[in-house]
Write a protein that binds this ligand. Sequence first.
Ligand code: RIB
Length: 306
Amino acid sequence: MKPQIAVVGSVNMDLIFKTPRMPVPGETLMGHSFHQVHGGKGANQAVAAARMGADVHFVACVGDDVNGQSCLQALAQDGIRLDHIRVMPDTATGVAGILLDDTGQNCIVLTTGANALLNEADIAGAGNTIGQAKLLLCQLETPLNTVVHALHTAQQANVKVVLNPAPAQSLSDQILAQVDYLVLNETEAAELSGLGVTDVESAAAAAAKLQQRGASVVLVTLGALGMWVAASDASYFLPAFKVEVVDTTAAGDTFVGSFAVAIAEGKDLRSACMLAQSAAALAVTKFGAQTSIPTREAVELQLSKK
Ligand code: RIB
């Protein structure tokens, strides 16, 4: 039986410029090429969860434009259920402008478009679906009050919550206390904890602070280094898989979506983290957001070779 996962989040069309390096303010730089790829943190995490084998119900908003149609088509191809996606008239779908340099690093500028319109009524409309899910997965590219409403809906129904607080913004202790698994990168951990996060020690300190503020399990991802896992009974470091970096876009989303499925399947925390690390490592070896998210088969194969 596939575990049922509810994802509340964003949908974007990614407009990607490949560039030799990042431009500086005022500079015009000749890029290598331009690409259009389906993205958005919510959609990417939904796709990752679907490719890992979950039955995914996605709650989101798109515009009635070509980008929205194309994003919905792509989600449907991954078998994601779209009953709770609202198509807003006279509204643009979210767009992300992405610069990707030769080292595989990126810079992203977002215009939220229809994502900003996802509201509490959308969550209420999906209330039964969230209540019946094994797990709820949220990020912060949609309005915070909508996310809070979703967390509350899940909590009322005893549904576990995974929150990826990206893009980073400060969150109250009350919100953190509603989160079972907080999954965040260095930047987000620094923003939420108020501590600089540059290495394993500082990641551990930030995770401990976020636990004190109410989050149950805190996972701080540290890119090529690995990740810090902080649970109530144990805290430890897991090294990353060594891979050739092509594009880091959506590696975090791949981690989060895969982790959610592993937890929903009942895997223990360490195994869930390792499956997610394997998925994220494969994602950085390919270009783009949803174009880079691997299948369960590929993820398990890499894991078996570790
Ligand atoms: O996390 C990667 C995603 O961030 C991209 O797909 C882009 O749409 C932005 O939302």
